[in-house]
Write a protein that binds this ligand. Sequence first.
Ligand SMILES: Cc1cc2nc3c(=O)[nH]c(=O)nc-3n(C[C@H](O)[C@H](O)[C@H](O)COP(=O)(O)O)c2cc1C
Length: 314
Amino acid sequence: MSDDLSPIHNRVTQLLGVDYPIIQAPMGWIARSQLASAVSNAGGLGIIETSSGELDNVRAEIAKMADLTDKPFGVNIAQAFVRDPGIAQFVIDQGVRFVTTSAGDPTKYTAQLKAAGLTVFHVVPTLAAALKAVAAGVDGLVVEGGEGGGFKNPRDVASMVLLPLVCSRVQVPVVAAGGITDGVSMAAAFALGAQGVQMGTRMVSAAESPVHDHWKQAIVQAAETDTVFLNRFSKPGLRALRTERTSRLEHQDHVEMSEMATALDLYFGGDMEASIALTGQVAGRIDAVLPVEQIIHDTVREFRHTVRELAQHG
Ligand SMILES: Cc1cc2nc3c(=O)[nH]c(=O)nc-3n(C[C@H](O)[C@H](O)[C@H](O)COP(=O)(O)O)c2cc1C
């Protein structure tokens, strides 16, 4: 395989100011400076979460980023979790240049964030949501297939269908999320029209991820069938790792979000039955805990190799 780690030049890397169009997903409590700085230092884009709602800690984590990396990074506003009405101004005040908004109405913060000079990508699970975000003036989209981990539209659509559909209807650059873990999945996303990828589950399992090793090992052990979809006929839908607890919850008409109240006992205490471990189907393709730099560089190498192979056979 080629060892070409030269920068990839496209609209996403241009907008983000990074070498590789590989974004680390925002994830409550997990997407903090330890993980995000490793991603940015490896040439991707680290993202700091705000969905924990712990804005004092988030502010401190953003300040730490300045010590840990001189590369760009971003912040996510997961709108469904926003408790502070001043969240957009909070993000602007932190001096970051890139923000993703998710789980909410794109008309709510886009104008304010863009007026302050930020680049705004909105996360969408459907074509209708994509068109609404484009109309709201976003710079790009994160198109999130239903195979991904985390909070999901109960009417989930797989990336294989959603990506080409959205990409055929919008002009803004698209980042693919859901099921991306390596160079072949990145190449597939690019074939479907994306110009960037976002990795969630892969980054939960990375060496620099702050979560307990029990969760990382559960991802490594998981088969592709080892996630459950909770709240299929209710809200909010979410995809999580199959455990005894979530196998029971899967059959409930409605899963209360109080189930997440003990999330930190699972995330950092390692008690896999304490709460819900948000995880995507791609866990079935992850078989080792690897350092972020290796994940990103292997992805770039395999992406280039795959694209060249495909070109030869075309
Ligand atoms: C543990 C976990 C927490 C997440 N939290 C957030 C979040 O706070 N905001 C958000 O926009 N997406 C969140 N997501 C979704 C991810 O951003 C990402 O789009 C998704 O994980 C991609 O699919 P993958 O898991 O197959 O990589 C979360 C996902 C996981 C696995």
